[in-house]
Write a protein of this length. Structure first.
Length: 228
């Protein structure tokens, strides 16, 4: 009797296991149970450190928890996506979730690109775009709004040097030659101003040059004594 009861339990367990497996693979075929990531990009006219600060401020304002990563990266904590959509998802009993993987990429001294990937777990592919940051909490609009209220602090030093305006079609090498007498000084000027390359400038941009680099004005030769 006991042997027959055990066999019945084993058979029932196998049947339920097979039923679950069938539903699970059906759910997978519907596009569920996957790990998907899609990305968005947004450019801002701010250096990478300032753009990164804007991103962190927006996330904090939205109450989104995150971990900071190297190279201006951010990874948010996993967030419950709510009840799974679809019959198969409900039967399998999955727990859909998503998070954001954000990176700020420098694009010159005064411009950056914000890349936001939404990574979805157990969310069907066709539903993943619903969780993009631009749709979920209007992230890029909030970044732009905050940037308008909090312009970046001046990155040009205010003492120990002189501010020069670039001439039309003049790069850092030309400026270095004009104000220091040595075009090779562009490297130090670029480092002082957070500029990546000689051409990473715009016409009439203000560039700070430390005093010790500035060429002295040529001395005027003394006039000869008047001789009758």
């Amino acid at each position: 009797m006991r042997s027959g009861y055990r066999c019945l339990l084993v058979a029932l367990a196998l049947m339920l296991s097979g039923c679950f497996t069938t539903h699970y693979w059906a759910y997978r075929n519907e596009g569920g149970g996957n790990d998907t990531a899609i990305g968005e990009t947004h450019e801002v006219d701010y250096p990478a450190p300032d753009a990164y600060s804007l991103v962190l401020s927006v996330l904090r304002g939205e109450g989104i928890l995150f971990d900071q990563q190297p190279d201006y990266g951010v990874t948010t904590f996993w967030t419950d996506a709510g009840p799974p959509q679809g019959t198969m998802a409900s039967i399998v009993g999955v727990e859909p979730r998503y998070r954001y993987e954000i990176r700020v990429i420098p694009e010159g001294s005064a411009k950056s690109k914000i890349i936001v990937n939404v990574r979805a777990d157990d969310i069907p592919d066709d539903q993943v775009p619903q969780y993009e940051a631009s749709r979920r909490f209007n992230m890029f609009h909030k970044v732009d709004e905050l940037a308008a209220r909090l312009p970046p602090a001046p990155r040009t030093p205010g003492a120990g040097g002189v501010n020069f305006a670039l001439l039309p079609k003049e790069d850092l090498k030309g400026l270095a030659k004009r104000v220091t007498g040595n075009a090779d000084n562009w490297q130090q000027i670029a480092k002082d101003n957070g500029i990546a390359s000689p051409s990473d400038v715009t016409p009439f941009q203000t560039v700070w040059v430390r005093s010790e680099l500035i060429a002295e004005k040529p001395k005027t030769a003394p006039k000869p004594d008047h001789v009758d």
